[in-house]
Design a binder for this molecule. Sequence first.
Ligand SMILES: [Zn+2]
Length: 655
Amino acid sequence: MTSDIFGDPIAQDLPEPPQDGPGLFGDPAPAPAASAPTVRAPAAAAPAAPDSGASAPAGTPYRVLARKYRPASFADLIGQEALVRTLRNAFAQGRVHHAFMLTGVRGVGKTTTARIIARALNCIGPDGQGGPTPEPCGVCSECRAILADRHPDVQELDAASNNGIDDVRELRERLRFRPAQGRFKVIILDEVHMMSNAAFNALLKTLEEPPPDVKFMLATTELRKVPTTILSRCQTFRLARVPQETLRAHFARICDLESVPAEAEALAMVARAADGSVRDGLSILDQAMALAGGEPVTTGLVTEMLGLADRGLAIDLMEALMAGDTAAALALSEAAHATGTDPAVVLSDLLELVHLLSRMKTVPTLKDDPALPEAERTRGAALAEKLGIPVLARAWQMLLKGLAEVAQDGVNRRAAAEMVLIRLAHVADLPTPGDLVRRLTEAGPATAAPAPAPAPNGGGGGLRAIAGGGGAALAMAAPAPAALAETAPQAAAPAPMPSSFREIVALASGRKPSLHAHLRLNVHPVRISPGRIEIRPRPEAPRDLAQQITALMQEATGTRWTVSLVNEGGEPTLAEQGKTAEADRLALAQTHPLVQAVLAAFPGAKIEAVRDASLDAYGLPPAMAAEMAAAGDGRDFAPPDAESAGLDDDLSQED
Ligand SMILES: [Zn+2]
């Protein structure tokens, strides 16, 4: 941050202002004696617009664009309409505050505005008779002196280097004297937030009631660091970031004045890089013109100069990523690296593109915005059409996270960036949770067609939504069908008497653990009727099995049961039945369209377990017979609106 010297677009014959800028404390402006009489140039030689650029004499030292085209009047200030209107009105009505606070991003025109105000305050008009005016004439001695940065009463102080209490004391001393030449002393304090608290306090009184011929112009990029006591004594103006399109048009005008041809797209890139700052933009433009060496300023040149990734690259990359084509994405990143593009730049370009696509999604007319590069208007719009907001939001989060990873110390930036791309490519083609639910419910159980398979995955291996372990199994709440006609009344009735083998086994549960285990594992039920149990024990069963069962039944039901052992026949043991039932459920689940759709949507997923809340402790539905019947006619095991709980956490985080 160096000079804030006024450019001098009008008078060719004036000496150049000193390079270092004026007016720190104790730095009086040079005596105006020598040049003051000579500055009475004819009014015709002083048009408002700076137009002397290209035809500058060979001997004239080069002036950077930012100085050469520094606005000299309110009319020249670009992108600050609100500020200009307020100031014009204030001058027109003679209500000019004694302290202004100008805030805005660097290079947006804060000190320039302060200097225009200084001229507006001090201008005496071409005839030497005028008063303060919103339209400083630019030709009177005051205007010229301020423009040339040698007005004794207009002092610019860099608060960053004059931030102590002694500096403020010295300033106050100087303010006791009347203006040496002009109507007002104008004190421009730049970067005022850098002042110490003591300095702020010392300034307060002066700021509140300055001598009548003193005006303060405070400027800062960080308004919130300025104490409110200071702010409450100032009229605050926020200088807006200059819109890209305004900047682009401004740069185009300057290129015309400089007779340097430039591609519109290249200027748009400069405007984007300027990020709302006129001075930054002009510095970039300066550099680009120097690099072009008289040739037109092209997009290629600006790209190379700024180390920007080609705008097309971001779109190419985005297309590859969203198609899940990891190989293509890595090749593109490789190519960008070869041209010296920083990996973080690639990611932030992608981030910017995602933002743009999201905006296009919500504001479709954006694709007609002339501020956008051609590629983004056409290809971007097509891409935005294809992608949903949830997908874009997910990409945004991943890129944001990825950028932080790339910025970490001690990380191979390129490797980190590539990992981000790989992650993006893998997740990009997966449906979002909301999408999935909609797709699944729309597909419904009636239509057996599974959801469309995702695009081929370059690196292979989709995300395993239902990975083994970690308890991430897809738990389908699957109430059993109400097909329990024959046995349901029996089972549901509050029968004191057990009517099935399972109920008999259940009686042992909790009472006789050992017997319970044997009944479950080692006993084939043959025939069960009230008061009578016929079973075939396996060799592992205890010898006194019959007596144990008899005792159990006596105890549990209060009646005597007959237990007979046979050597053949009978159903599978309860443990075997449970295993078979589980396999059946799995097979049944596999054929369900809902599950098939899930499996198609998540390649590599597998059914880990089918949990059925209606099953009893033995993993069996209330009645085996009914369950078998249901399996036989291929009935659905879950309604279409079955709750798909327990989706993988990674997938649900965006919603
Ligand atoms: Zn004037």
